[in-house]
Design a protein around this ligand. Structure first.
Ligand SMILES: NC(=O)c1ccc[n+]([C@@H]2O[C@H](COP(=O)([O-])OP(=O)(O)OC[C@H]3O[C@@H](n4cnc5c(N)ncnc54)[C@H](OP(=O)(O)O)[C@@H]3O)[C@@H](O)[C@H]2O)c1
Length: 196
């Protein structure tokens, strides 16, 4: 059975991915506070130790990372840095360090988001981070010949809207995003942004 690492497996989308892949893959769950490995993807030494301990693997999915939600007036400079260090560099770390341990033909699927293309008030940090993630994926894909790197760009999950107390009528069930991550790791494409 192929081995997949899911970083962010307890989140709204990650949980659905773990359910979907259950029985099809050997799953290794990674989060800061739970899972087989409790690791902060911002900490490169922790990641090196984790990948060494896991050994080779076939796929890595990241549905993890923070970016500030708030208007420009609510943003400090350090808020930008927090998001860059977490959602952007955390996921870049996973690819950059993970690739040294991955099996040939391994696949990585990391997370961007709709705000890269469709800005809304409050989404400044996340839009900027998402666009950078997509540029990273396209750039890495042309150089990494023996593995694939794709991103999934969720719009807005119904479950997240419910958690935020919003009207969820325009939301997409998280399971639909989960199917895109599976497609991204199984498709053989690289440098693609999967959207729904
Ligand atoms: N949900 C949406 O509607 C939506 C829309 C657009 C884009 N996205 C993007 O899709 C991804 C998944 O979203 P989500 O809503 O499922 O997220 P979520 O519910 O907030 O869950 C985040 C998950 O990542 C883990 N995590 C957070 N920071 C981490 C770190 N530094 N190191 C390791 N694990 C970490 C969390 O567990 P611990 O706290 O235990 O670490 C948790 O399992 C995110 O990148 C998000 O920006 C989501």
């Amino acid at each position: 059975m192929k081995k997949v690492i899911i970083v962010g497996s307890t989140g709204v989308i990650g949980q659905k991915i773990a359910e979907l892949l259950h029985g099809q893959f050997e799953i290794i769950e990674v989060n800061r506070s739970s899972g087989q490995y409790k690791v902060d993807m911002q900490k490169t030494e922790e990641l090196e130790a984790m990948f060494k301990s896991i050994g080779s693997f076939d796929a890595l999915i990241a549905t993890s990372g923070y970016g500030k939600w708030g208007t420009i007036d609510e943003h400090s400079i350090s808020d930008f840095h927090d998001g860059l260090n977490s959602k952007l560099m955390g996921q870049v770390n996973l690819v950059m360090i993970g690739r040294k341990y991955a099996n040939p033909n391994a696949s990585f699927a990391i997370s961007s988001g709709i705000l890269a293309q469709h800005p809304v008030e409050g989404g400044l940090s996340l839009g900027m981070i998402n666009a950078a993630i997509e540029a990273f994926v396209r750039g890495a894909a042309i150089e990494l010949k023996d593995m694939t790197v794709n991103a999934v760009s969720p719009s807005f999950a119904k479950e997240t809207m419910q958690l935020m107390g919003m009207d969820d009528s325009t939301g997409v069930p998280a399971i639909e995003f989960a199917r895109l991550y599976q497609q991204a790791i199984e498709s053989g494409t690289s440098g693609q942004i999967y959207r729904v």
